[in-house]
Design a protein around this ligand. Structure first.
Ligand SMILES: [Zn+2]
Length: 150
């Protein structure tokens, strides 16, 4: 899924946990988007070929990334115990959303076995359209929740 969707989901999770301080919210958003930082070295190739395949994901995006999210969340728990659930759920949400919408290699680098739940379109155009619809829907939900709250 795209990075905007992940960031919006982090914002929504912060709302769900009643977190309102900006640094804490940004920490949640960082946990939501950080697994995709490994795409940066592949951006040039991905835009040239028009695809972000599983090969654009380093070990940081799969099993190792999940372990890093857990370790990072435990570090957050030591420093700011009240933010542990936010950090862990934001980090975990990234892997769950990507697993539901993209082919993944869950045990990479120990196994290159690709898992595709086939719940999401694979054509680039259809994938882009569904990403845009889901991202806009999530953005709308966030706007409605923040508007109702204030
Ligand atoms: Zn991702």
């Amino acid at each position: 899924m795209n990075v905007i969707f992940h960031a919006l989901l982090g914002l929504l999770l912060a709302k769900l946990f009643g977190i309102s301080s900006m640094p804490s919210i940004l920490m949640g958003v960082l946990f939501s988007v950080f697994p995709d930082f490994d795409h940066i070295p592949y951006l040039k190739k991905a835009f040239r070929t028009g695809r972000f395949g599983v090969e654009s994901r380093s070990p940081l995006h799969e099993l190792v990334g999940l372990v890093l999210v857990l370790l990072g969340s435990l570090l957050v728990k030591v420093v700011w115990p009240h933010l542990f659930l936010l950090a862990f759920s934001c980090g975990l949400s990234h892997f769950v959303v990507d697993f539901l919408t993209r082919p993944c290699r869950p045990l990479y680098p120990f196994s290159v076995k690709k898992v595709d739940l086939n719940l999401y379109p694979r054509g680039l155009k259809e994938m882009f359209i569904w990403d845009a619809i889901l991202t806009a829907t999530l953005g709308l939900i966030y706007v409605i929740i923040t508007t109702v709250e204030s």
